[in-house]
Design a protein around this ligand. Sequence first.
Ligand SMILES: [Zn+2]
Length: 453
Amino acid sequence: MRTLVRNGRAALPDRLLDADVLVEDGRIAAVGRLGDAAAERVIDASGCFVLPGLMDFHTHVDDQIGRFYLADTYESGTRVALQNGITTLCTFVTQGPGESLVQAMARARAKAEGHCCCDVLWHLTPTTFEPRDLRAMEALLAAGYRTFKLYTTYKAAGIYASYGRIEELFKRLAPLGAHFMVHCEDDEVIAGVDPVGMDLAQAHNHTLLRPELAEVVAIRRVVDLALRHQAALHVVHVSTAEGAWILVSSRHLGDLSFETCPQYFLLDDAWLRRPDGHHWLCSPPLRPGPERLRQMVRAGAADIIATDHCAFRPQDKDDWDGTDLRAVPNGLPGIGALAHVTWKIWEDDPDRAALGLATHLALNPARRAGVQDRKGALLPGLDGDIVVLDPSGPERPLHSTLEPAFEAFPGFSSRLAFRHVLLRGEPRVKDGLLVEPGRLDGVPLQPSTATLS
Ligand SMILES: [Zn+2]
């Protein structure tokens, strides 16, 4: 089957080009002036940008966080993703108690297969670091896995890795091609905060419990370790301009990248002062004065913009007695808003905005995930994941999730209209709605672990 997307403004990795895109048998076959190409299916992209399928590099779905099960399943998370131009959803699997890493991967795959509207990719979080875990990580790398997630905090949740542990993993696994994603908030800085005298009924005090200093200290330490051991490091959800600056100024020394999330450059700590401010509790917290980070993002400083989507049901967010904010689950929804709020960074310059999406929501995340040979760009040979984006659609409010969860960006609206989204060459979205709502043929991008022990 050949599909020709005609007359659009195509976002190539380095520039925009008025061009047609030909997709054949699920893959991009050609990009350029192809007016006379024969195709069974023709899509008119006049007045629209043509982008590679987008990725959300950082989401949590179908998982239990603390006491609560997340609102989004693989199905609902991938559905809102696809409707908003995301053709690959990256999400996490955390090694459970008594579970091997291979078993954890198999568990996630079993839940996802046959239940996804778009493609999925996992980042794996080891928690026990025993010799068998290290051997499993080596075997997974040999099988084609790339990304491991580590935390410098959350001792009580059992996912903490000390700097010594992180260094050991960098030394052993970096030469094998591992990409490390690290949540940087220094546990000692956080433990040193004395909550006595703090009014913990006020959600706003979360900014004192998890101060900016914790992020800055942890980023410095982990960057130093990564550079010393030549490890590929990606720092997740950077929330401070200072943290971002450390990464920007060290980037030329090694394989460093970072992401930030729309909540950290669009929202500020005033949201936590609302009567329902506890809904906006997330880690790291919303910060005062996000303008500096927003300026850095606008200048292209952040490699990746991702959501850290972690949607809790309203009754779960509200399940506290109003006296101690530490009982409130941390996380915000965002998948459905990602493209729209990223566009806003450059909305005064639509060409720049389209290139921004192609770079920070496709090319860079595909490279960091190690799937640039299949995803992330409009290049011949790659999967035919194509987004036909009309920047001048009717104005509408954002929906970060389709599940009953509170909206993280209330009052925000968008005119972006997803006229067409193709997944591996198949038309899956028309005017923002799924063409065949029951179709669940998204696939995991990583190989099965069936042959690993
Ligand atoms: Zn996260």
